[in-house]
Design a protein around this ligand. Structure first.
Ligand SMILES: Nc1ncnc2c1ncn2[C@@H]1O[C@H](COP(=O)(O)OP(=O)(O)OP(=O)(O)O)[C@@H](O)[C@H]1O
Length: 448
């Protein structure tokens, strides 16, 4: 059923749905396009429409082979739509759902494309803030690259930031104690620790998210994902990345550098793109890594811990130990994380229960984050290693947790996690980095 969008475009058929709206296959004066029609409640929000219009120049100005171009912005009655280049292919999430993990060469080729796209955006002063497999489109009509990878293009620039605002999105947390009132915008698995800690997001958050996507392409799971969203956030801040058995060392070192907790330790996007392309030839013929995902039952335990733990204690005025299900949806029966259960805007429905999407939640305080330091590490197992889950294994895990908990408590008591984290950033040299504005300012500021 065709539908007119403004005076110039016609939407013909739905390509897919996201949390902010529906993407249509359409056409306009210059041929086939993809039209992202924002949800009606978003389109009816005058403040939001104003921000989109204000952003017009930035959204339309990004022209790069690895960025999905925005061609037009339509504000027409109840419709608010972004007209984009049509990418004939699929998104990376769909490919990962099908293949689980990619061979290192293909994974690195995809990541290098995305890093190129990010480099262009950062140069133009735009931070993406929501790099994840759903936002990486694979152009099946493009030429095959290293490892048989199709060209990858990053989409949804600045959309998360534009759509998610404090206006009525969330109940405000009390402005007391060490709780910060800023919100976290993004998708839990890909959120850089400094965002969780409440620092303003800069270009390095995109590099962290891209490194997470690369890890996921190689491993079949993200480094800190699994269980309750609160547990995921804590792991980003407190845990080291578990090594991937069999990964070529050069690639592993690159991943570690870009997953560094301190933003200044990460590579910038152009350097990352260069390094990835440098190591590509050495990965030719390397098979996909043969590893197993950390156990689901462990994730379930972690989720249970989190639900009764200190993370959200008192955060929204609830009783200690309780948590607000509207903000932190419960874990599905069986312990597996409900992908797509955390809406971009409070109150919106998840577009597809199999899809991971954005989250919007308050930033936990340092002492709340410290509560996560007690042994939630999820180490991947080399294929063939005995699967955890036996009674003996569970007892060992419990004992290890107690030990780790005591150790963590000692560390936190001695130094204070907040102080530790602040010092990581305090001398990080982040200020010396290019000053990349968020996509909600009116005029792009050139990088220094
Ligand atoms: N420019 C495009 N060309 C072709 N298909 C697209 C284009 N943009 C998005 N799509 C497809 O439309 C679907 C929905 O995209 P959308 O960006 O709305 O949601 P998402 O990124 O999957 O989720 P969310 O917005 O909640 O993060 C995806 O399956 C994607 O593959």
């Amino acid at each position: 059923m065709a539908r007119k969008i403004g005076s110039r475009y016609t939407a013909h058929q739905i390509l897919g749905r996201g949390s902010a709206g529906t993407v249509w296959l359409g056409d306009g004066p210059e041929g086939a396009v993809a039209i992202k029609l924002l949800r009606e409640d978003l389109a009816a929000d005058q403040e939001l429409v104003g921000r989109f219009v204000q952003e017009r120049a930035a959204l339309l100005g990004l022209d790069h082979p690895h960025v999905v171009g925005v061609r037009d912005l339509v504000v027409d009655g109840n419709d608010l739509a972004l007209v984009m280049d049509l990418v004939r292919g699929t998104d990376l999430r769909t490919r990962l759902e099908r293949e689980r993990r990619l061979a290192p060469e293909a994974a690195v080729a995809v990541a290098a494309d995305v890093a190129d796209g990010l480099a262009a955006a950062h140069k133009a002063g735009i931070v993406h803030r929501d790099v994840k497999p759903e936002n990486v489109l694979l152009d099946m009509q493009g030429p095959l690259g290293p490892g048989g990878a199709h060209p990858a293009l990053l989409t949804d620039f600045g959309i998360a930031r534009l759509v998610d605002t404090p206006r009525r999105a969330l109940p405000q947390p009390p402005a007391a104690g060490n709780l910060r009132s800023a919100k976290v915008i993004g998708t839990p698995d890909y959120l850089a620790p400094e965002i969780i800690e409440g620092l303003p997001p800069r270009a390095s958050v995109d590099v962290y998210a891209l490194a997470t996507v690369l890890y996921e392409m190689l491993a079949g799971f993200t480094p800190f994902g699994g269980g309750h969203p609160g547990a995921v956030l804590r792991r980003h801040v407190t845990e080291a990345v578990a090594p991937l058995p069999g990964i070529p060392d050069e690639l592993w070192q690159l991943l570690l550098q870009c997953l560094a907790k301190a933003p200044a330790s990460r590579l910038r996007a152009p350097e990352l793109a260069t390094r990835l392309r440098e190591i590509l030839p050495g990965l030719a013929g390397h098979p996909p890594l043969d590893i197993d995902e950390p156990d689901g039952d462990q994730a379930a335990e972690e989720a249970a811990d989190t639900a009764t733990g200190p993370y959200v204690s008192g955060a929204t005025g609830s009783a200690p130990g309780a948590y607000d299900e509207a903000l932190y949806p419960p874990v599905a029966p069986g312990g597996s994380r409900p992908r797509g259960a955390v809406p971009l805007v409070h109150g919106s429905a998840a577009p597809d229960s199999n899809r991971e999407t954005h989250t919007s939640m308050r930033v936990p305080g340092p002492d709340e984050l410290a509560g996560g330091a007690h042994g939630t590490a999820r180490a991947p197992r080399a294929a063939g290693e005995p699967r955890a889950g036996s009674a003996r294994h569970r007892e060992a895990v419990r004992r290890r947790r107690v030990k780790l908990g005591l150790a963590a408590a000692a560390v936190v008591a001695a130094a204070g996690l907040g102080g530790w984290f602040a010092s990581q950033h305090g001398d990080s040299g982040e200020d010396a980095k290019p000053d990349v504005r968020h996509s909600d300012a009116a005029t792009p500021r050139p990088t220094r």
